[in-house]
Design a protein around this ligand. Structure first.
Ligand code: NAD
Length: 474
């Protein structure tokens, strides 16, 4: 595929391309342009030019285009989901959900477009105040490979409806879904230059988006390490910055929890998208009085999960997205075994057989008796490995859950309203789910506390993140 700059489908200035490969079998899916800093400059110039007219439209006119695009995305759901599965690896049913999720986000921002307004205030001595909401200008969006469609929606929806223009960089391994979605947005009436998509590497395309002085705001989703570098580099042009970074979400299962539901929640929470979700359940704390029964049932359920190519019917978990991620997970679990940092009771290996030979597959893995200083608890484990820790009660669970540099999500599984109240108040995270985990409706603001990020996406709060407020006093 080509990339989108100034309304044209184009190659990179260098004319270089790279291969996008299917993580389930190593086969070529398509090629994409290997963009460079020059390409980002072209895109930023175009977005700067397009801003003048785009920002003068009413939010309702902009919202109509997003709505039209959402309808077309729904019509092409299957085709888009196939592209997503082929380049990312997730099972087709998850890819379909993700594409629907993208359409939901566009519809949400289209829906509120008519209600976007400023505020009038009566001041002392007969004076009046008006607070105007103004778009910021050209914005940059840098996204990861784990949920590329949803994360594109989180950025495109609020940025465009408020009148900003965008230069977006997909992750290197998953450019195709983002390009296909951009093509639909364009065909739905976006003027040229309003949305530009530049494909390529973080070190060239990403760094230029962060530095380019025409780009006034940056929304970055990715790892904490890259987020730190991005925050530093963005200071040179005083960009507004939103950072959505990694997480290590705790799930707390209390003694009165519905065990069947909690087992399903843990399976979905950890093994959905092969464990590569920012808000996946990455640490599970279970009350010791129910631990044996819970772990036995969870293990039985995990051992029945079908691992395979996401395009095949009945597959529950696809491969990891790329070699680096696969090697990281293998090395991590091997180290846990070698150093006896825990007891691997399910999985813990690469599956064998013809189906798995050329893909980045790993078995869904459960680890009990985890050492408190194990990397499983201290780092973000971005793959299908779940450490399980037994606790005496809620106080201990919350203390351990909060003993982390991360603070993205958390969940409490109980029917006791007092336990729910205490957990929701004390858990240090941007979102706490009750008897569920992972799902993020577009209406709810989302982001992390501690090192998991700065700012919020989603909901009305994302509108504020893409606007400057101007006060007029008369
Ligand atoms: P990553 O940080 O390696 O890359 C993210 C993006 O940044 C990619 O597009 C990459 O090409 C680009 N990039 C790399 N180096 C760059 C640089 N120096 N300057 C600018 N851009 C650069 O992350 P990843 O491995 O693609 O994604 C996984 C991570 O993303 C996990 O930590 C996960 O938790 C996190 N994540 C967070 C959220 C959230 O909303 N909080 C959502 C999804 C994923």
């Amino acid at each position: 595929m080509m990339m989108l700059i100034d309304g044209e489908w184009t190659g990179s200035c260098s004319e270089e391309t790279y291969e996008v490969k299917n993580p389930a079998n190593g086969r070529l899916v398509d090629t994409a342009p290997l963009g460079s800093a020059e390409d980002v400059k072209r895109a930023a110039d175009s977005a700067h030019e397009a801003f003048k007219k785009w920002s003068e439209l009413t939010a309702r006119e902009r919202g109509k285009i997003l709505f039209r695009a959402a309808q077309r995305v729904r019509e092409k759901q299957h085709e888009l989901a196939v592209t997503l599965t082929m380049e990312q690896g997730k099972p087709l049913k998850e890819a379909r959900d993700e594409i629907q999720g993208f359409a939901n986000i566009l519809e949400y921002y289209s829906g509120i477009s008519a209600a976007l307004e400023g505020r009038a205030v009566s001041l002392a001595n007969g004076r009046h105040g008006i607070i105007l909401r103004r778009p910021i200008g050209v914005c940059g969006a840098i996204i990861p490979w784990n949920v590329p469609a949803i994360i594109m929606g989180w950025k495109v929806g609020p940025a465009l409806v408020t009148g900003n223009t965008l230069v977006l960089k997909p992750a290197t391994t998953t450019p195709l879904t983002n390009l296909s979605l951009a093509s639909i947005l364009n065909a739905s009436g976006l003027p040229k230059g309003v949305l530009n998509v530049v494909t390529g590497n973080g070190a060239s395309v990403g760094e230029e988006i962060v530095r380019n002085p025409l780009i006034k705001k940056l929304s970055f989703t990715g790892s904490i390490e890259t987020g730190r570098r991005v925050l530093q580099a963005a200071s040179s042009s005083m960009k507004r910055v939103t950072l959505e970074l990694g997480g290590s979400d705790p799930m707390i299962v209390c003694d009165d929890a519905d065990i069947k539901k909690a087992v399903e929640g843990a399976v979905h929470g950890r093994f959905y998208n092969c464990g590569q979700t920012c808000t996946a359940v990455k640490r599970l704390y279970v009350f010791e009085s129910i631990a044996d029964e819970f772990v036995r049932k969870l293990r039985g359920r995990v051992e029945r999960l079908k691992v395979g190519n996401g395009m095949e019917e009945g597959v529950d978990m696809g491969p990891l997205n790329n070699r680096a991620q696969w090697e990281q997970i293998k090395t991590l679990v091997d180290r846990v075994k070698e150093k006896e940092e825990g007891n691997v009771i399910a999985g813990g290996k690469v599956p064998e057989g013809e189906t798995y030979k050329n893909g980045y597959f790993y078995m869904p893995t459960l680890v009990t008796d985890v050492a408190p200083d194990s990397a499983l608890l201290e780092e973000e484990v971005f793959g299908p490995v779940l450490p399980i820790i037994t606790v005496k009660g809620l106080d201990e669970a919350i203390e351990l859950a909060n003993g982390s540099k991360f603070g993205l999500g958390s969940s409490i599984w109980t029917n006791d309203i007092e336990k729910i109240r205490v957990a929701c108040e004390r858990l240090e995270s941007g979102v706490t789910w009750v008897n569920q985990h992972v799902r993020l409706p577009p209406e709810m603001p989302f982001g992390g506390v501690k090192e998991s990020g700065i700012g919020r996406e989603n909901g009305l709060e994302a509108i504020d993140a893409y606007c400057e407020l101007k006060s007029i006093i008369m």
